[in-house]
Design a protein around this ligand. Structure first.
Ligand code: SAH
Ligand code: SF4
Length: 363
């Protein structure tokens, strides 16, 4: 792209959020403005959430007028919000420019407010317990569409409820869209951006081994979560077939062992408990062996059912027995409360209901 001023006269207005920082610098240089101006604009957009150039009071009047001529700041569009009165979980449905939709979920928990972000419309993979997996991949999200979920949720939550943690655990496989995810993390961590510490950001993967190494080499040391969900290749092939046939358990656990963990950090292992499939005590004992020597925390997630799902949620006693075996072996193992049960909170459920016409726009 070229931003020479002459060409801009006939070019449509550029959406500033779609530009990388370097592209924004180029745009400003082409106007003859100093580089710090672009940082000031970024600071207004991300840190202060301003969308009108007129409100950017540390820019000169002529610069504000010129910017309004050549550029726009798009705003996230929240087309649906669902609230679970029982546990305070809120699900936001974002409508993207091309009409596609993705979900983000705000999860309050004691002194934290976590936002679960989507990275793709649908998913590259087809895990059989996951509703998003049944959709196929529509497209990857762009970096600004990922960051817009944070800006939209921040505006919705308001200044009294700051979002403290970000998890890339919504729709899609973040590591299949790694470039956009890393660009989004740049903006989420930058001092002129959202200013999050990388330790408050977690990226979850179904196990894309080469990209796990790339994430480990990324300059922002975010947390890694791995969706394990099985202790044998047979069962993992059944529930996460596409990814497990490519990177079976041995390769995945080797990548986990090689992951460069900063001091005092751990890998999070997610384990969705599916009744009669991966929840017997023998699986818990195998899990203990598989994870031996890896600094980790295990999150047990009782399956969150969706209409037509081929699995069932295990009984509470089965979940407790599974957890007890892990605790006895001195692992940190938590049972994730099923948040937002009343609001179709399994990943992909709100989008699906919306698409099937169960939820009218703006209701
Ligand atoms: N693609 C990434 C991140 C999105 S899925 C990954 O697989 O890690 C986020 C988490 O939701 C994963 O741990 C997945 O196992 C879990 N999950 C998906 N569908 C679920 C369901 N119906 N019930 C419980 N957990 C589910
Ligand atoms: Fe995709 Fe993750 Fe769902 Fe698997 S569990 S289909 S990788 S979103």
């Amino acid at each position: 792209m070229c931003y020479k001023s002459k060409q801009l006269l006939i070019m449509p207005q550029v959406a500033l959020k779609t530009l990388s920082v370097t592209q924004l610098d180029d745009l400003f240089t082409a106007q003859g403005w100093p580089r710090y101006r672009s940082r000031q604009v970024l600071d207004w957009i991300y840190r202060r959430g301003v969308t009108r150039f007129d409100d950017m009071t540390n820019l000169g009047r002529s610069e504000r007028i010129r910017l309004a001529d050549i550029a726009v700041i798009t705003e996230p569009v929240v087309s649906e919000i669902q609230h679970d009165a029982e546990d305070g979980t809120e699900k936001l449905l974002f409508r993207l420019e091309d009409g596609e939709t993705v979900e983000s979920v705000l999860i309050p928990d004691e002194d934290r407010l976590t936002l679960c972000l989507s990275t793709q419309v649908g998913c590259t993979l087809d895990c059989t317990f996951c509703l998003t997996g049944t959709m196929g991949l529509k497209r990857n999200l762009k970096a600004h569409e990922i960051v817009d979920q944070v800006l939209g949720a921040r505006a919705h939550a308001g200044p009294e409820r700051p979002i403290t943690n970000l998890v890339f655990m919504g729709m899609g496989e973040p590591l299949a869209n790694l470039a956009a995810v890393c660009e989004a993390i740049e903006r989420l961590t930058a001092p002129w951006g959202l200013g999050y510490s990388p330790r408050r950001i977690t990226v979850s993967t179904s196990g894309l081994v080469p990209q796990m190494a790339q994430l480990g080499a990324f300059r922002h040391p975010v947390n890694l979560a791995v969706s394990l969900n099985a202790t044998t290749d047979d069962v993992r092939d059944r529930v996460m077939g596409t990814i497990n046939r490519k990177y079976p358990l041995t390769a995945l656990l080797e990548a986990c062992r090689a992951y460069p963990l900063p001091p005092r950090r751990r890998i999070f292992f997610e384990y969705v408990l599916l009744a009669g499939v991966n929840d017997p005590p023998a699986d818990a004992r195998r899990l203990v062996k598989l994870l031996h020597g890896i600094r980790c925390k295990i999150n047990l997630i009782p399956f969150n059912p969706w209409p037509g799902a081929p699995f069932e949620r295990p009984a509470d006693a089965t979940v407790a027995a599974f957890q007890a075996i892990l605790l006895d072996a001195h692992f940190s193992a938590f049972v994730r409360k099923s948040k937002g049960r009343q609001i179709l909170a399994a990943c992909g459920q709100l989008r699906s209901a919306y698409q099937q016409g169960f939820i009218p726009l703006g209701s």
